[in-house]
Design a protein around this ligand. Structure first.
Ligand code: UN1
Length: 498
């Protein structure tokens, strides 16, 4: 095997080594003999340099007309399209999910690029009549400055694109610290922006770990905006770290997403949906279906069919087109998932399928976990309450729609939910009463499109949304402008009320 490539930080348009002098290896979770590359183990000095470069670049970037910024984003999205297959392969190697899904991940970045490129010619504000004569008023969006972005490994290109593209179109500059497990996909995304003509310093990449590289970014006084996707635990730390400086913080965190199946549902459709929702991406989506809340009248039949089908799922290296489910991301995650499976057993849930690591043949070189299904899960059990982030599904029987919705809402998270029913009245009741940021009808809990708001309620988020036009509200501030052309002092609320 050839020597692995060394990737450097991108600061002010230059590729530079970390001032720490340290690097780390990025390995393939499906086969740890495969080294993807050597990446910089960066520290606060690197963050300082990157923020300095981003501040400098901001002076010019914020003044470039937004349609011009949009043209660069548009070209970047076109380059992503051209390079989609290569980038999907890189992503499967570094992250593990199967090619069909990594192609989807790159596609999500392409979609976001085109969407935000178009916003370069909109970024609409309002004009509205004044209560005074000869006075004009409007509101415009203004950028905030340097945005610090911290992104997860499960959507290693899509999620950086959800943050970078809207930040840029409004006129901000960026320092991104990608997840240590998946930096290459961020490099690939940013490479397209650079090849599309992005000026140096507008986007800077600093790789490394949370405490040493993430934290100095979060607390840097010249970074007024922090966007983070990851665990609720880390989100809370970021909230505390940024409170004193009152930064703008967007947090996108955990989920414990329920799929409700009513007794009138099309069970063939449910079966396909739950397999995709629970075991797609090896269950490692914030939106993954982790609770199957099923009406008692159909729970027996559905469970039997589900176990029978899930038993045949092919796990392995995602580069093999026949494989349906790849590995989990790393050893620690494998330990977390198996620990939860143990807790499920101890608390009395009935293990119907899976339950342990898969290590036949070459699988032993990777972090594979068997698709796992628990039946007779009680709503209060740990596996029904906590986010596992792995291929583990809990089946919870219920007696009515009201009970199903009550169980669905009875967790600390509120990202995504779904209901399968052929009864339009039940569907509308669920759409109204499921307290999540996203609701699906007759589809699983995964598969959000980029032009609708993405985010969740309760411990999933802190009120912001990514995607949609709503994301622009996070990366900009409104400025209301009043222009008085009457040539005299006009006092609002006073002169016109007399
Ligand atoms: C995530 O799970 O972190 O809606 C993001 C979906 C994808 C994005 C998921 N488009 O499932």
């Amino acid at each position: 095997m050839s020597e692995p490539k060394v990737y450097k930080n991108l600061i002010g348009g230059e590729w530079v080594e970390s001032r720490s002098g340290q690097t780390y290896e990025n390995r393939n979770p499906a086969d740890t003999r495969d080294v993807i590359g050597i990446f910089q183990d960066s520290n606060a000095d690197d963050i300082n340099d990157a923020v300095e470069a981003a501040k400098e670049a901001y002076k010019h970037w914020r003044l470039m007309p937004a349609p011009k910024r949009g043209e660069i984003l548009f070209r970047a999205a076109q380059l992503l399209q051209e390079r989609k297959e290569q980038y999907a392969r890189d992503m499967t190697r570094e992250m593990g999910k199967v090619l069909r899904e990594t192609r989807g991940d790159v596609q999500e970045a392409i979609d976001m690029g085109f969407f935000m490129a178009g916003e370069g010619r909109r970024l609409f504000g309002q004009t509205t009549p004044s209560e005074m004569p000869n006075k004009f008023q409007m509101s415009i969006r203004q950028p905030l400055g340097v945005c610090g972005l911290i992104t997860p490994w499960n959507f290693p290109m899509a999620i950086p694109s959800w943050k970078i593209f809207p930040a840029l179109i409004v006129g901000n500059t960026v320092v991104i610290k990608p997840a240590e497990d998946t930096p290459l996909s961020t490099y690939n995304l940013v490479q397209c922006l650079m090849d599309a003509g992005l000026p140096p310093g507008v986007v800077n990449i600093v790789t490394g770990f949370g405490p040493t590289a993430g934290q100095p970014l979060v607390t840097h006084p010249d970074v007024p905006v922090i966007s983070f996707t990851g665990s609720t635990e880390t989100g809370k730390i970021i909230t505390k770290l940024t409170a004193e400086q009152m930064k703008h913080v967007s947090l996108e965190m955990g989920g414990k997403n329920p799929m409700i199946v009513m007794d009138d549902a099309d069970l063939d459709l449910v079966l396909e949906g739950v397999l995709w929702g629970a075991f797609g991406t090896t269950g490692q989506r914030c939106t993954a279906t982790s609770r199957l809340i099923v009406h008692k009248a159909v729970v027996g039949e559905l469970t039997e069919r589900l176990v029978e089908r899930a038993r045949t799922i092919r796990i392995g290296n995602g580069l093999d087109e026949q494989v349906e489910v790849g590995p989990v991301i790393n050893e620690q995650q494998l330990e977390t998932v198996t620990r939860y499976i143990g807790v499920g057993r101890d608390e009395g849930a009935r293990l119907l399928l899976g339950g342990s690591r898969a290590e036949d043949g070459d699988l032993r070189y990777g972090y594979f976990c068997q698709p796992t299904i628990f039946a007779d899960v009680d709503r209060t059990m740990t596996i029904a309450q906590e986010e596992i982030f792995g291929p583990v599904l809990s089946i919870i029987p219920v007696g009515s729609l009201e009970e199903a919705i009550d169980v669905a809402n009875d967790v600390k998270y509120g990202l995504s939910s779904s209901i399968y029913t052929r009864d339009v009245n039940k569907a509308f009741q669920a759409m109204r009463d499921l307290y999540t940021g996203i609701v699906y009808v007759n589809a699983p809990t995964i598969g959000a499109e980029i032009h609708l708001p993405f985010g969740g309620t309760k411990a999933t988020g802190n009120g912001h949304r990514e995607g949609g036009l709503q994301v622009l509200d996070f990366y900009s501030e409104w400025k209301s402008i009043y222009v008085d052309y009457s040539g005299r002092l006009q006092r609002a609320q006073i002169d016109n009320a007399e």
